[in-house]
Each structure stands twice: as C-alpha cells, then as structure tokens.
Design a binder for this molecule. Structure first.
Ligand SMILES: [Zn+2]
Length: 133
C-alpha cells in the first residue's frame, strides 16, 4: 500500500529543496521530482515554496476525494460510491447519539460496503431502501 503523504509538517513561509520537501511530506525525492517535472508543482530557483507545496498537496487530495451521494454507500472494491444491491441495507449497530453503521452489498462487485450514517442519513436510507437488522 502506498505511503500516505501529509503536508502537515510543511512550513508555508519556508523554501524547500527537493530532498527537504520529500522529508517534510514523508515521501521520496523521486515523488517530489514527478510533482515538479510532470505535475506542475512550482519552484523558485530550484526551491519549492512551502505555501505552493501545501496548496499542491491539498489540490491533489481534493481531486481524489469521492464523497458519497445521498443514499449511496462507498465500495472499497470499486473505489466508488454506489446504491446498495437489492435496495437493501443492513443496520449493523446503532450508536447512542442516533447515528449508525450500515452495511450493504455492492451491485457491481458483490463486496460488502459499509458506511457510518447520521440519524438524518439513516432516516433517508430508511425512506429509500429496506433496512434489515
Ligand atoms: Zn464494488
């Protein structure tokens, strides 16, 4: 599994060499090279401004996000959110604050999908689908 890189330790007012940037984000110098040479990360005289590195990483992570649509559950197999198969979700556990964990089958790959839902989202699921316990 690839390492999860983080911009949390990058200082926005500092300039980083490629090696320093790699160390700050927890990655490898080659990764920073790809970002600079192929993906448009800005440099100033060969150094990477911390503010640009943070913005670049946040844009990358925002572009990869796939938030669930209402009534959908995220499938780890397909890496996408899907409506449950057979219009059915299973209530796994009810929390004391009204939120719950639900489980459903993926209509594409038949793997089990899970989602934490708030009280309002659970009511929405109950309107759309059959909820079993
Ligand atoms: Zn799937």
């Amino acid at each position: 599994m690839p390492k999860k890189l983080s911009s949390r330790l990058v200082k926005k007012n500092r300039y980083y060499s490629r090696e320093q940037a790699a160390k700050a984000v927890g990655g490898r110098k080659q990764t920073i090279d790809v970002w600079v040479w192929r993906q448009g990360l800005k440099t100033v005289n060969g150094f990477i401004p911390g503010r640009d590195l943070i913005d670049f990483m946040q844009a990358r992570s925002a572009a990869r996000r796939k938030p669930c649509k209402p009534g959908h559950v995220f499938c780890l197999g397909c890496k996408d959110s899907r409506a449950p198969a057979f219009d059915e979700v299973e209530l796994v556990r009810h929390e004391t604050n009204g939120s719950a964990i639900i489980r459903a089958l993926c209509p594409e790959c038949s793997s089990v999908m899970c989602r934490n839902v708030s009280r309002e989202q659970l009511a929405d699921f109950a309107r759309r689908y059959r909820v079993t316990k």
